[in-house]
Ligand binder design. Sequence first.
Ligand code: NAD
Ligand code: IPM
Ligand code: MN
Length: 356
Amino acid sequence: MKIAVLPGDGIGTETTQEALKVLDALRLPNLELSHGDVGAAGYRAKGHPLPEETLAIAREADAILFGAVGDPSCDNIERHLRPEQAVLGLRKELGLFANLRPAKAFAGLEAMSALRADVARDIDLVIVRELTGDVYFGEKKRETLPDGRRQGWDLMNYAEDEVRRIAHIAFRTAQGRSKRVTSVDKANVLETSRLWREVVEEVASEYPEIALEHMYVDNAAMQLVKAPGALDVVLTGNLFGDILSDQASMCVGSIGLLASASLGERSTQYGTFGMYEPIHGSAPDIAGQGLANPMATILSAAMLLRHSLGLEAQAQQIEAAVAQTLADGVLGGDLGGTAGTSEIGDAVVSRLLTTS
Ligand code: NAD
Ligand code: IPM
Ligand code: MN
């Protein structure tokens, strides 16, 4: 079982180290780790945010554990050399079109939600975000208009097959949950969304047991804070999913808690090939100080075991140890506590060892 470990930049390196501690504590036989540079670290070491060597390591693995990329020192370099191109490049090159971002309330953390505790307590949803299309990957350009004004372009587009395959993922996800899908779009304004809605309806007809509702993205942003417990599987495009998932994290309590899996069609010997990463970024404001909450990355490692290595029991063990650590009040500054990054990682490991 091969895992490519790509810690990246800023707190990505700190949280990945804790996730590796947790994986190590499971003492899985036949686990082989390989390490690669990505993001600003890749740019500094090899002159590119996604060096050839790193992409090769990623391709050879059964799964990728990814930290985060991004560095303010790269803010003014050309777009194709920015650290963020590493994560976009991996998603596109490896065909990882389906991004699952679960958000579930943790017992004992209700008071840390940005919402009232009685509202926060009911959260149990998963955002199914399309990951290799939309305005992220459409044509981009800069031009100067005849009158001298500068103009920027990003084309938002979806082809029907791109919508169809992510819709199938959402409906299949719903089969294993409460059999409801909320498809989020902006079909009252965008042609891309009108096609999205049409195709989602077509796919829905193949899943008569699943209830489908459509919601405009502005309303979805509102419903997510009004009554998040009413949402279950939220199917949406790349841009809307990016924004709604950061919002969902604060409904749970912190962006340091939300994990993600990015999956494609390729199978491995043990499961589905995928990349696993926290939904947060490199957090330059707290990087290097041992202040980052590593739970999102630790929970991403659990998703990796579940989806790519077929190790459901071990995934659940990690999730239970994380929940117990939080319930015991071992919290970082993001959750009103004082525990540091490695202290939190150690606390998860000790609970893992006592419960397994
Ligand atoms: P961010 O997610 O890095 O940080 C937003 C805020 O949340 C910051 O105040 C940060 O301190 C806090 N935060 C984030 N993760 C935390 C954690 N685990 N524990 C405690 N606090 C945490 O978003 P940003 O500041 O907008 O972006 C910083 C850089 O990261 C940018 O270069 C951006 O492009 C990049 N980014 C990368 C990824 C990725 O690699 N997948 C994701 C998002 C942003
Ligand atoms: C995320 C990040 C990325 C995205 C950036 C770093 C390209 O915000 O994974 O949520 O927008 O998808
Ligand atoms: Mn994001």
